[in-house]
Design a protein around this ligand. Sequence first.
Ligand code: HEM
Length: 215
Amino acid sequence: MRWNLGLTCAAALSGFVSEASADVYRDPDTGFSFSQKDVAITTNNNHITFRIAIPSPVPANQPYDAVIQIVAPNTAGWVGVAWGGSMTNNPLLIGWTNGANGVVSVRRATAHTAPTAYSGATAQVFKKGVKSNGTHWQVTAKCTGCTSFVTTGSNTKTLNPAGSNRLAFAYSRTKPSQPGSDSSPINVHDLFNYWDHDFAAAGNAQFDDLVKGNL
Ligand code: HEM
């Protein structure tokens, strides 16, 4: 079933998808090998694809960078990834498209109110892996600080690089009001949900070199 969703996506997005298998996607644009998941946003197969790449090997319990690629239908004004799997007390990486450019912003919330800037993580949009067509937009970015973070008090959570991590997403049909600015206000989401992302399939031995080639 998931493979069918992948095919639907590939058909709708020629040039976006190649060599797709059920869970691993080798991106011809950026060179990364991503672990990917299609997450439904409607009941008729409309979905957002989340792709994550990490270094390999990752030493146990060490902070490590992650590359995230989001492929969203043009109906999505912004898409957010909650790395800790809930809205509060973890990095919220929000991405959107602004013409030919991609914009990402990392924020944080302590309640179910508009998140504010988060200095504990930094995201950089790649030069490659950012594009849009008549149906979808795509943003690719590296995040430092998204896989290991303080949750509450002095508790730190580090995502398991060798297994599955529960993530959450939110999306809004309304574009940020200042789309060219990574500090733009955003509207509340129209939908949120959770998924388990397989980080064990996200490893890239050439991670640092690939990052350099994409920035
Ligand atoms: C203006 C910005 C935002 C506002 C006002 C807002 C507000 C809210 C509210 C009121 C809820 C509770 C909804 C319910 O229980 O039915 C909620 C839940 C949620 N929001 Fe947001 N939100 C915003 C941005 C974000 C962003 C950027 C993310 C990033 C992924 C996010 C992720 C979630 C998730 C996963 C939930 C489910 C409950 C939880 O895990 O805490 N939100 N939000």
